[in-house]
Design a protein around this ligand. Sequence first.
Ligand code: OOG
Ligand code: NI
Length: 473
Amino acid sequence: MSFKSQWEMRAAFAQSLSTMYGTEVPAYNTLVEVSTEVNQEHLRRHGADAERLGSIGRVTAERHGAIRVGSDREMSQVARVFAAFGMHPVGFYDLRDAASSAVPVVSTAFRPIDADQLAKNPFRVFTSMLAVEDQRFFDGALQRELADFFAHRELFVPELLELADRAAAGGGLPETEADRLLELATGAFELSAEPVDHDWYRRLEAISAVASDIGGVASTHINHLTPRVLDIDALYSGMEDRGITMIDEIQGPPRWDGPDVLLRQTSFKALGEKRLFRHADGSVQPGELRVRFGEVEARGIALTPAGRDVYDRMVAEVDSRLATDPDLVRQDVAKGVWEEHLPRTEAELAARGLAYFTFAPRPEALPEAPSGPITLAELIASGAAVPEPVVYEDFLPRSAAGIFQSNLTDEGSKNDAEQAAAYDIDRMSRIVGREVLDPNGLYQAQQDASVVELAKALQIEIAPASSAAIHTR
Ligand code: OOG
Ligand code: NI
């Protein structure tokens, strides 16, 4: 019998969630159709350049999901499920203060971490946990009720967790068991048909629609499943042409004629979904909830901490220009700011250490008889080191908050007089039960390994000063 490796299981998992989600939210299928068209058109127009940030095979299959859980225990269990598929926790995102509406969650993303695994299938899931302890959102009585509610619900059956642990330990599973794991894991993220307790749900919703989506229902579910597109502007207008209303703007960097960095995202608003409600008098009646939406994204080059500083300063500059004139359009203003501050070429991003790259050797372009070590910037300038971009595989807290927020119809409530509960990456690691990795550490390691290979291939010594320039913090 054949053995399924983790990446094969991960690709099948993304595919099976996609099929399931498409039956639950048909507009998602439209989004995937338009994305596929946009990608093919982009590939036709740009040839090999279109695949600079990932092969068309990878990009076509690429998805990220978003799920939300309620407690430490649920978070540690979902981590076991994702570990089966070779998905590890990366990055800590605190969305509690990133949005003006009440978004009481802290998050991480589960994803593959090795370049070859990412190339095979990069499926990732943005996973948020309700910050029940945060008294700004939940008072003592509600905290106890929530804790009790989460202690009594079972998101993942023991058979699923056991199979998952075996898959993680063995690097995969024999086919029949892999199929069973896939079926149970997909089922765990399906929308529950169980009637929603009306009063409990509405009580939580008054605090935050995110809280009711997590704590007001019997199980967790995919909130959105996001395809990747190569031209998000074309996607945006393609969706509007089909009569699907998108949120007002694309989140993240603007469209401009320099290198794409980080992540651009947009979405269509949550659609009404029929659900059953159980009322206080015991009756069960049909109703509607609007919590699941359709998101799409375009990915660019990963920025170093120095590049991220430039990015953050540019975002602040855009905000301050927008504040002076309500008629300005964010994307237009941002384009101007980008043109003033961000290098126009990948080579310059690389030489200034603003983004992560790997380097292909071109020995024929080596400067003549270098006496002693040579810097990476010199090698890039001479063409002996050809920079190849490292794709940004993570998320942006501000966009994530914007995405949450654009789908909340109500501000919710937050009592700022109360103490915020302290969460950070270390605490998240303890909750998850494994180390939550720092995304920059992963990108840096990939770049460092490439520089070592480059030196070998060119048979030269690369001056450590150059790596200092590349690594500036
Ligand atoms: C997660 C929102 C964040 C993204 O792409 O930034 C996110 C959620 O709505 O649960 O998915
Ligand atoms: Ni998302």
